[in-house]
Design a protein around this ligand. Sequence first.
Ligand code: FSO
Ligand code: SF4
Length: 542
Amino acid sequence: MFCNQCEQTAKGIGCNIAGVCGKNEEVADLQDLLIHALQGLALYAREGRKLGIVDQATDLFTFEAIFSTLTNVDFDPERFVALIQRAVELREAMKAKVGIAGGTTEFTEAPATFIPAGTVAELAAQGKALNLIESLDSDVNIRSLKQTLLYGLKGIAAYADHAAILGQTDPAVAAFCYEALTALLAQGLTVEQCVPVAMKAGEINLKAMELLDAGNTGTYGHPVPTPVPLGHRKNKCILITGHDLHDLELLLQQTEGKGIDIYTHGEMLPCHGYPELKKYPHFYGHFGTAWQNQQKEFPTFPGPILFTTNCIQKPSEVYKDRVFTNGLVGWPGVKHISDKDYSPVVAMALAMPGFTDDVDNGQVLVGFGRNAVLGVADKVIEAVKSKAIRHFFLVGGCDGAKPGRDYFTRFVEQVPKDCVVLTLACGKFRFFDKQMGDIGGIPRLLDVGQCNDAYSAIQIAVALAKAFDCGVNDLPLSMVLSWYEQKAVAILLTLLYLGVKDIRLGPSLPAFITPAVLQFLVDTFNIKPIDTPEADLKTILG
Ligand code: FSO
Ligand code: SF4
């Protein structure tokens, strides 16, 4: 195996024996084989597009299959076997349609004719033989750019899948997925050919995030500022984690009137701000912090835990029998719900003690999506003009286990009192419960939402730039971003596509970025690695 798609990759180079995330060699090889199989499907689907053949089921499968290979989503080999076989079935079905329509069906690329082996071990051997990453290109810089595209694609697929679940699709997103998967097969590309495809990935990701925003706000309303208890109350309980709002809604409906409180974990925290979710009286509070602390935090939760999407870590024996996976998430030996019927989760919650006392641990405020922030735009603009607000910082992105991530806590702690911090994604847990006060009624810490709500943050920046009649880069706004997995790569590509400059990135730079590619990013976008909070604040604020 060789995998370096996430920030915690072994030795900052690559996982080649087993994943730091818990992914074993077999699963890594199967994931590579799935990408290969999808490239075969993509060759025909791209051809089909030219002939007006669009198959929504194939598009959705492609999103799901790519999303399954994203960090911390699915660790179950059996599920990858099924996905590989399905990719080949869909490839053959698309090939037949393209043939009937008079299109090209003779492709010489290996994925076009790939035949999956019969057993899991044989399939893993097929995946291993691919040397997927090395085979992208013999030139390390082209390989680096292609990896950037592949990982950005994984993020796009995740957002597109979330949006599709809420009925929001755009055929252009799947069309790009096919373009990108086949572009990865092309040999001998130049930097000049690779960079526009990566920028296009940023553009398409913006589209995918816009669809997801429309799905979330269209279905559940625009988030409104909402206090969320961090303690608990005496009652039976279920913990829900991941990112999926639809799964949460179904769980709320299926637990209504049953004497069970629902608590969010990790990236589900911002869900408390959505009117159509917060209306349920048993949607109570938030438990724990970011994904990397689940092994430490889950043992003390006295109820079952439902995973909707990433990030799952190897469950310890202490709480493994209380974990349920759902949707694309999988861990071998963990109960999986494939039909959205959460009655086994409900039954377990009722059989368990639940919380037996009331504990007040304070509260945090969520719900500052674009609608809420721009609803007070006049106040914000006035505060900037009167110099009551000197600067905005967007401090967000993924959390993770690396020690260097305390940079983000220290950064926010040192942000001067006349500045406002916007945050999103699980990186916020480094400082989410800090009492930062307000500036003339505007809270100094504004939670925009999940990583999935990066679109909202972008819209806030664009609206402010319009109000001040300047570009986003001219605003008193600095982005200090933390990355961990591939949705963050997609968001970064979107910010670069939008021409955002001077982004600070940490805690370390992606292992798949070569020095030459980094130099290109520095020269073109002035991206910089984080330094110390003191030095960065000094540079930014002059
Ligand atoms: Fe965090 Fe995990 Fe949301 Fe990522 S939960 S790390 S960017 O998957 O998705 O922010
Ligand atoms: Fe390693 Fe990250 Fe890949 Fe897991 S996803 S194998 S930790 S690089």
